[in-house]
Every structure is written in C-alpha cells, then in structure tokens.
Design a protein around this ligand. Structure first.
Ligand SMILES: [Zn+2]
Length: 63
C-alpha cells in the first residue's frame, strides 16, 4: 500500500467509541490523505451506508 501519513494520523485520532457516522467520516478522510490501509469491503459498505462516495483508493484485486 501507500505510505503512512503519520502527521495526518497524529491530527486525526479516531474517537474512543466512534459512531458509525464518525467511523465513516474518519475512513473517508483517511482514504484521501493516507494510504496505510486498504478500503476493505466492510469499510466500503460503511461509507456507502453513511452516504459517502467511495474514494478511489480501493483494495487491490488479484489479477
Ligand atoms: Zn493511515
């Protein structure tokens, strides 16, 4: 995957008990700024269920 944006992570801590909305917002922002984690199908469906467009950074598919 891409490199970790440590600075972004320092400034964007996930809340201790995030709601689905907070998690979706975090993952949406995260995908734009940092490539340390692939978007798993569960994160993708979380984003969709909360009304976010799915960012381009997708989990790589095996050829
Ligand atoms: Zn990251």
């Amino acid at each position: 995957m891409g490199k970790t944006n440590a600075e972004w992570h320092r400034e964007h801590r996930m809340p201790p008990k995030p709601t689905r909305q907070q998690r979706a917002a975090w993952h949406y922002e995260h995908a734009q700024h940092c490539g340390c984690r692939a978007l798993t199908p569960s994160i993708t469906s979380l984003l969709i269920s909360q009304g976010y467009p799915v960012p381009q950074l997708q989990a790589p598919r095996a050829p």
